[in-house]
Structures are given as structure tokens and as C-alpha cells.
Design a binder for this molecule. Structure first.
Ligand code: HPA
Length: 253
């Protein structure tokens, strides 16, 4: 039997309604408790372990998440490959609310987060190769799943991880755009590097829920109260892609 696929749900995806045969499991890892229970179940005929990154009630801010415990919990559950769903702001022209992006690169602007399993007394220091932060086979699978579902997807992008929880200033978006960023979120790091350290294949399905600060519809500010409706619609599409991904994914990394 192949290993279960890990799915990390971001904002708005605290549960996965499409998951069947669900069994909830509270776990504690060597680093402490993850954000919430692991939900074991089936999606698209595949065994899946789902974890809500912000906790089931979305109570954890991005900088409060114990990314180490989250990644470890998936590893302990036998997961070898994980897809992370993350809401983002769109920086590049055309990345409006509802767009799906499969980033190929990231830039980390976060600070003060535990970003290595080696960051603990007595632990070995890790220097992992992180040239390509996302696993190509998983990225290809997500892009293929979107195409097969008839869902438009942007097949590459540079994910900028900001500290949050506040949204950015327009000048910050200008700056990270000059750096090469095309989408901006708050949770992609250190999740991605911890997955790499743990030997997990990992890719992100980024869901654009707003134009980034100072861009497009957000030229004069981000209508935070209006994000929810767009989020629900976009996530419905993202879940369709995930289901198809599960149907087709061969379990390899
Ligand atoms: N900035 C940072 N994180 C986000 C955004 C944004 O505009 N939208 C959704 N997550």
C-alpha cells in the first residue's frame, strides 16, 4: 500500500468536506502538538492525511504556528509527499482573486520563526539543498490535475513569504516585486524548508484571494471584509484540483 498523501490546508480550508472515511487523531510529536488533529481519510480514492495549518478554528496566526510539529506529525503518520494549500495576494499583473498558482520558487522574508529541525539543543545542524524548494513531480502533478479538470492554473511563480499577520504596505509589495516575487503569503516558510529537511516531497497550490497591496483592485487598499466570499469560491476550485491530483498521483516523489 502506498504512503498517504499529506494535505496541509491554509486559511479557509480548516476542513476538507470532500474527505471520506474520516478518522480524527490527536497526536503529539517530539516537538509538541501540531496545529490540530490529523484527519485520516480518502480523497479521490487515495489515502490522505489532512492537517489544518492554522488549527481547526483558524486560531493560530502565521508566526504562531509550530511548523516543526506540523511537518513532524505528517512524517510520523507515514506521509512521504505533501501538498500545501496557501492563500496569497497576487502581485504580478493578471493574478487576480480566484487565480491558482503552482510556485516554482520562494523568497523568505519572515523572522523569528524556528526554521530548522536543527534549531534545538543537541540536534545536528542541517544544511539542506534548497535551490529548488518545491518538488518537481508534485508541481507537475498539480499542473496536470488542473489542466485535466479544466481549471486555469499559472504553472510557475515566486512566492514571497512575509511575516504577517498584517497585510503589506504598497511599498513593501513594490520592493518584493523588484526582488522577483509574483505572489505573497505568510505561511510558506519555514514549512517548505522543514519539509525538505524531513525528506518530504512538497509543493504548494497557491490560491489568490486578493490583489496585493497597491495593485489592481487593491490600489487604494485591500477590502479585507470581502476576501471571504472570494476565498470560498477559489478554494472550491482548488479542492477540485486536489481531488483530481489524488486520483492520478502515483505516490512517487
Ligand atoms: N499578503 C500576504 N498574505 C496574504 C495576502 C496578501 O495580500 N492575501 C492572502 N494571504
Amino acid at each position: 500500500m502506498s504512503a498517504p498523501l499529506g494535505i496541509i490546508g491554509g486559511s479557509g480550508l480548516g476542513r476538507l468536506a470532500a474527505l471520506s472515511d474520516v478518522r480524527s487523531q490527536d497526536v503529539v510529536t517530539r516537538w509538541g502538538a501540531p496545529s490540530g488533529p490529523l484527519l485520516h481519510g480518502r480523497l479521490g480514492g487515495r489515502a490522505v492525511v489532512f492537517l489544518a495549518r492554522h488549527g481547526p478554528d483558524h486560531a493560530l496566526a502565521p508566526h504562531r504556528i509550530d511548523y516543526r510539529a506540523n511537518v513532524q506529525a505528517l512524517v510520523d503518520a507515514g506521509v512521504r509527499a505533501a501538498v500545501a494549500v496557501a492563500t496569497v495576494g497576487g502581485i504580478a499583473a493578471g493574478l487576480d482573486a480566484g487565480a491558482l498558482v503552482v510556485p516554482h520558487q520562494l523568497i523568505d522574508y519572515t523572522w523569528g520563526r524556528v526554521a530548522s529541525f536543527g534549531d534545538a539543543p543537541g540536534e545536528a545542524v542541517h544544511h539542506v539543498d534548497f535551490t529548488h524548494p518545491y518538488t518537481p513531480t508534485l508541481r507537475d502533478g498539480l499542473i496536470a490535475a488542473a489542466c485535466a479538470t479544466g481549471v486555469a492554473v499559472v504553472p510557475q511563480g515566486v512566492y514571497a513569504c512575509m511575516q504577517g499577520p498584517r497585510l503589506e504596505t504598497a511599498a513593501e509589495i513594490d520592493r518584493i516585486e523588484r526582488d522577483g516575487a509574483t505572489v505573497v503569503g505568510m505561511t510558506g516558510m519555514p514549512e517548505a524548508v522543514l519539509a525538505r529537511e524531513a525528506g518530504l516531497a512538497y509543493a504548494t497550490l497557491a490560491v489568490v484571494v486578493n490583489a496585493a497591496a497597491g495593485r489592481g483592485d487593491s490600489a487604494h487598499g485591500i477590502a479585507v471584509a470581502e476576501l471571504q466570499a472570494g476565498l470560498e469560491r477559489a478554494l472550491e476550485t482548488a479542492v477540485r484540483v486536489l481531488v483530481r491530483f489524488c486520483e492520478d498521483f502515483d505516490g512517487g516523489a
